[in-house]
Ligand binder design. Structure first.
Ligand code: PLP
Length: 476
């Protein structure tokens, strides 16, 4: 057995699990979903029945029956005297977009590779002899690639030298390295909720206690809460996605950025700005908000970027832009995790960056098709859901007309459509009223997925306990 989850942590992760009757089946489904999402790893010890019953305010019999259901479905194993542990479950083959002939995987919001990429790889292979003549241990990144990244920042209004750039194996690796380098156990880290879950995991793994600041599709960032959180908790870092936030698709305006930048400066917080999705504009920019010429540009922030969404996730090229002294610290801290970014991929990225305008134009077309097809299908088949208009990014954060996101995800899964429930993106186990639907998949898949969602939604609603659909007080 590798790890255990406490009753409190499990109850927080379960969020709004009461999606149907009987309660034990809903609880078993909630735990299944956490296993499927990898939020509970295989071989994790579950809390004792009595403890979980107390944490959830349930009878012990309900928890015991839920565990029996999980045993019957092969999700857990219970051994006399040593409790229940989760079992490895048959996973989808990693790296495949769809699971079976008709399955549709919308758990990852990643567009197919930029069509020009294969050609660039072939061209790069012609340089193989000179590439292998290099030492190959690039903990900082090649000078050629760092120079191009720096030039792109300068063109966007953030003057940058190659010494202020470090190349990483994707933005994820960048966020993890920053978290490990900047945070000490017990430090506070401010983060949006909903957020990009693997960033939250990276901060937690560094020992941070997360302080969530709400972002909504309508109002954007809750600035009052943000200012209070900066002032009260003095977070060491704040991790934010100000352009096409994943999953809400919202962008900060100049005024919002100014408030955040001021509050962070007052509390001495390092702002980590993740711009992985920042270049994915679909509609033309509005007003004065364009490029990076805004409040963050004038402040010292740490920026994270990536070619993962713009070019291809499999390229595994990301970067950090920070002042040269922090870059030096990060380079020094890197070797225990990896000894650099592969030369070949950096050479490919160097060629691709020179063609970025072409790449981004293709992305805008692809994402516009997906967004419009998804919005049309949802408006036609699920008119009671609130669908935001997003101007860029990779996904829609759709508001359901009942807090049954987990139940919906389980029901859709049974029909071969794989999605992540709203709680997956929460810092605090809420967001059961929301579903993230990426529009990066082919249009035909998006339409079929919406057909399935529309088919199962009435059943999911019908099975829900009445007080979940109509909470007390909702009718006044
Ligand atoms: C906001 C954000 N940051 C980081 C990542 C990870 O990027 P990469 O594939 O470059 O590691 C993603 C990918 O989904 C993302 O959406």
């Amino acid at each position: 057995m590798d790890s255990r989850i406490t009753a409190r942590a499990l109850s927080a992760a379960l969020g709004g699990w009461r999606t149907r009757e009987p309660a034990y089946e809903a609880l078993a489904d909630g735990i299944r979903l956490l296993c499927l999402d990898n939020r509970i790893a295989a071989r994790t010890a579950l809390p004792a029945e009595r403890e979980l019953a107390a944490a959830l305010g349930l009878s012990r019999t309900t928890v015991a029956t839920a565990y029996r259901s999980l045993r019957d479905s092969g999700h857990i194993q219970s051994l006399r005297g040593s409790g229940s542990i989760t079992l490895p479950h048959p996973r989808r083959e990693p790296g495949r977009v769809a699971t079976g002939a008709d399955d549709i995987d919308l758990q990852q919001a990643s567009p197919a590779a930029w069509p020009g990429l294969a050609g660039v790889m072939s061209e790069t292979a012609m340089d193989a002899a000179s590439l292998v003549a290099r030492t190959g241990y690039e903990t900082r990144g090649t000078h050629a690639l760092r120079t191009l990244v720096a030039e792109r920042y300068a063109a966007a209004g953030v003057p940058t030298t190659p010494d202020e750039v470090m190349i990483t194996t994707g933005a994820q690796s960048a966020v993890h390295l920053l978290a490990q380098t900047l945070l000490r156990r017990g430090d506070r880290a401010l983060i949006e909720t909903p957020t990009y879950p693997h960033a939250a995991e990276a901060l937690r793994a560094a020992g941070a206690r997360l302080v969530g600041v709400p972002v909504t599709t309508g109002e954007g960032w809750d600035l009052d809460r943000a200012e209070q959180a900066f002032a009260r908790t003095m977070p060491r870092v704040a991790y934010l996605m100000p352009r096409f936030q994943n999953p809400t698709g919202r962008s900060m305006g100049d005024a919002e950025e100014a408030v955040i930048a001021r509050a962070a400066a007052r509390s001495g917080t390092v702002l980590i700005v993740d711009e992985t999705t920042a270049d994915l504009a679909i509609d033309p920019p509005t007003g004065s908000r364009d490029g990076a010429a805004h409040a963050f540009a004038r402040n010292r922030v740490v920026r994270v970027g990536s070619l993962g969404k713009t070019v291809w996730g499999g390229l595994r090229i990301g970067w950090i832009r920070a002042d040269a002294s922090l870059i030096d610290r990060l380079v020094a801290a890197r070797p225990p995790r990896d000894l650099g970014t592969p030369e070949f991929e950096q050479a490919v990225a160097t060629r691709v960056l020179a063609r970025m305008e072409e790449v981004l134009a293709q992305r805008a077309t692809l994402l516009r098709e997906g967004r419009d097809a998804l919005a049309d299908a949802l408006a036609t088949h699920l008119p009671t859901w609130r669908v935001p208009h997003v101007r860029g990014g990779v996904a829609m954060w759709v508001e359901l007309d009942a807090p049954l996101s987990s139940g919906l995800v389980m029901a859709a899964r049974a029909e071969g459509v794989y999605l992540s429930a709203g709680s997956r993106f929460a810092v605090d186990g809420t967001h059961d009223r929301h579903l993230r639907i990426p529009f990066t998949a082919p249009v035909g898949d998006l339409r079929r997925a919406v057909d399935v969602l529309a088919r199962v939604w009435p059943e999911v609603r019908a099975e829900a306990p009445i007080d979940v659909i109509e909470p007390v007080g909702a009718l006044v």
